[in-house]
Write a protein of this length. Sequence first.
Length: 201
Amino acid sequence: MENMNIDFTKMNGLIPAIVQDAVTGKVLMQGFMNEEALAKTQETGMVTFFSRSKDRLWTKGETSGNFMELVSIAVDCDGDSILVKANPKGPVCHTGADTCFAEINSSKTGFIDQLREIIKDRKNNPYDKSYTASLFAKGINKIAQKVGEEAVEIVIEAKDNNKELFLGEAADLLFHYLVLLEAKGYELDEVMEVLIERHKK
Ligand SMILES: [Zn+2]
């Protein structure tokens, strides 16, 4: 994240930092960072702002315990604002709301995007102990076969009434399905496009 080419001069040393939940994609809050706050955020992994009212660095959660753990930082096209992706440890707003925009922040489906990034990374940077990397090493046929096996397993659990086992198989199937898509070189969005097209009719 070094050398991000951020222009701190436009607002007297401050830049707006928009914080987004790394899993749900919800916008959590907006604050200001100076260079020191940005450096501290990167060093500690906890999102830290420059508080204009306190006139000092302020690590979100320092009093409430509801820290926001840093996932990534991206700079906008003009280099004068940043997008911070983070995992909040609790409600973000001082009012007790999930976000400072009073939105509910509970959906976990956005984790699929994070999972896809991890799967992509295991394909491109394989290492010995990674199960996912071992699947890619075995090739398409083996991965497709795994999807088939997991599909059979969820069918078996569907006939039973064990929530834990059923959800476990549902997760296995989804995971191996995503691995198969990656192995074939397709994006989940391309599947979504097929579904969206179908619903236009
Ligand atoms: Zn707030």
